[in-house]
Design a protein around this ligand. Structure first.
Ligand code: URA
Length: 240
């Protein structure tokens, strides 16, 4: 991005305090731009190209952050909740200045891949029903999931409110008293996976999301851990 912005605004956006705090830092001569002490907060700088130092430490400016979390059970996918811990509460303070939010929701008792970002445009694209982004879940179901169910899911399942789902892909890993399957859906209706199985008389016992579009949950992330997306992952997501 080539945009020039006021130095005080950039530093305030980066979480170095309010505009007033930042003006004080500048007045105290603690900020340098391209090796010159900057004494005026109104100075226009290019945050991506100019070399900005605060107390001789480089200020790395970026507008967007993209985090992948392996969401654990018991936390809600929202920015703020009066009674439960949220996925945002789990983030390090250094990320909070970017005002991140979960891109889509997982139920409180669902685990797995959750993208957290402050990129509203990307979130909109990923969540738009028109885009039909694949979301793949690992599911443990109470009951015998059999070959005949694959066709049912492929044709679309009528949910309790009469809505008929788009075709979805059911892959059986193991049929047993508690079956293990993968289910890939392209929508995100409320409790969709649980309600799809409920419609065929089965109960979901465990649910974990493993992919969203081109993004695959990093199996090295333990429950509750998160990391920044790599540049490769970000461009894959943007090229959906
Ligand atoms: N479907 C569900 O039922 N729950 C989730 O958290 C995600 C998809």
């Amino acid at each position: 991005m080539k945009k020039m912005e006021r130095l005080d605004k950039i530093l305030a956006n980066m979480g170095f305090g309010s505009r007033k705090d930042v003006k004080r830092l500048i007045k105290e001569g603690r900020v340098k731009v391209n090796d010159n002490v900057a004494l005026n907060g109104e100075l226009k700088v290019n945050p991506y190209e100019d070399n900005i130092l605060l107390d001789n430490e480089k200020v790395i400016y970026r507008k967007y952050i993209y985090l992948m979390m392996n969401k654990p059970k018991g936390v809600v996918s929202s920015t703020d909740d009066p009674s439960s811990k949220t996925v945002i509460d789990m983030l390090d303070d250094k990320y909070l200045v970017y005002k991140p939010f979960p891109v889509g929701r997982l139920d409180k008792d669902t685990e797995g891949l959750l993208l957290i970002s402050n990129d509203g445009k990307l979130a909109h694209e990923l969540l738009s029903p028109k885009k039909r982004i694949d979301k793949k879940y690992y599911v443990e179901v109470d009951g015998y999931v059999e070959e005949k169910h694959i066709q049912l899911f492929e044709k679309g399942i009528s949910l309790d409110d009469g809505y008929k789902t788009l075709p979805s892909k059911l892959e059986i890993i193991e049929t047993s008293l508690v079956s293990q399957v993968f289910l890939t859906i392209q929508e995100g209706k409320f409790h969709q996976v649980k309600r799809m199985f409920q419609s065929i008389g089965m109960k979901v016992l465990y649910l974990k999301r493993i992919t969203m579009g081109n993004l695959i949950l990093d199996e090295n992330l333990g429950l509750g851990q998160y990391r920044e997306l790599t540049d490769g992952e970000i461009s894959l997501l943007k090229n959906i």
